[in-house]
Design a protein around this ligand. Structure first.
Ligand SMILES: C[S@@+](CC[C@H](N)C(=O)[O-])C[C@H]1O[C@@H](n2cnc3c(N)ncnc32)[C@H](O)[C@@H]1O
Length: 221
């Protein structure tokens, strides 16, 4: 793998098509300042999520895994004024940093940060019988990805797009005997996507400034 070339091309694309403004740069910086991991999506992936949100004319978005709000900000910027993104984060420190970044972005009216475990919050959303989401981005802990996906389906309608990040894990998904529970979690999801008759799905490999990985994209039938 030519990681150096992938990195250079990633910069080439992001400088042209996904330049970060001060708010996005500050959001990435807040991770270091607050001793949080640098595991946000890249600028190009943020822009990709924004493009997808526009493509499906998303007015209601659900995100699992907020961290500092970097991907949240990219997606929230695609929303109309009346739109809403519900983003779920179980670490209160992360949620608090995200809240500040989202305020700086002027998006507090469009972003609803829920602090809690992804599964618990999805159950609450289901019980509240809210309108289905147009786009769901799954980017929280990997072992329960298949369960998150099944639950996400109950918060969807025909046409809802569901994207799951980090489903290739540097190619480790090829190892049928992996004992890494994150690898096993995404392998379970990927197999389930192939057999689930309620969705049509594929996986895009992702290369660039971050490690080689992949994003699953599914649309609900
Ligand atoms: C990969 S980061 C999210 C990155 C973010 N989507 C971005 O691109 O800017 C994953 C986040 O999920 C959170 N998380 C982990 N397990 C969770 C769970 N069970 N429920 C909700 N959030 C969880 C972590 O604390 C972390 O902040």
């Amino acid at each position: 793998m030519d990681q150096e070339l992938f990195g250079k091309v990633d910069h080439y694309i992001s400088e042209m098509l996904a330049p970060e403004d001060e708010v996005l740069k500050e959001t990435i910086k807040s991770l270091d300042d607050e001793n949080m991991p640098q595991i946000s999506v890249t600028a190009n992936q943020g822009k990709f999520l924004q493009v997808i949100a526009r493509m499906c004319n998303a007015k209601r978005i659900l995100e699992l895994g907020t961290l500092a709000g970097y991907s949240t900000i990219w997606m929230a910027r695609s929303l109309p004024e009346s739109g809403k993104i519900v983003t779920v984060e179980f670490d209160p420190h992360h949620a608090n940093v995200a809240k500040q970044n989202i305020e700086k972005a002027g998006l507090s009216d469009r972003v609803d940060i829920r602090v809690g475990k992804a599964m618990d919050i999805m159950l609450q959303l289901k019980e509240a019988k809210e309108e289905p989401f147009d786009l769901i981005f799954i980017d929280a802990d990997k072992p329960p990805y298949a369960t998150y996906f099944e639950m996400a389906l109950t918060l969807s309608r025909s046409g809802t797009v569901i994207i799951c990040d980090n489903v290739i894990r540097e190619g480790k998904v090829l190892d049928e005997h992996s004992d890494d529970d994150r690898v096993v979690g995404v392998q379970r999801l990927n197999k389930m996507l192939a057999s689930n008759e309620n969705v049509t799905a594929t996986i895009l490999q992702t290369v660039g400034v971050k490690e080689y990985d992949g994003m699953a994209i599914a649309v609900v039938k």
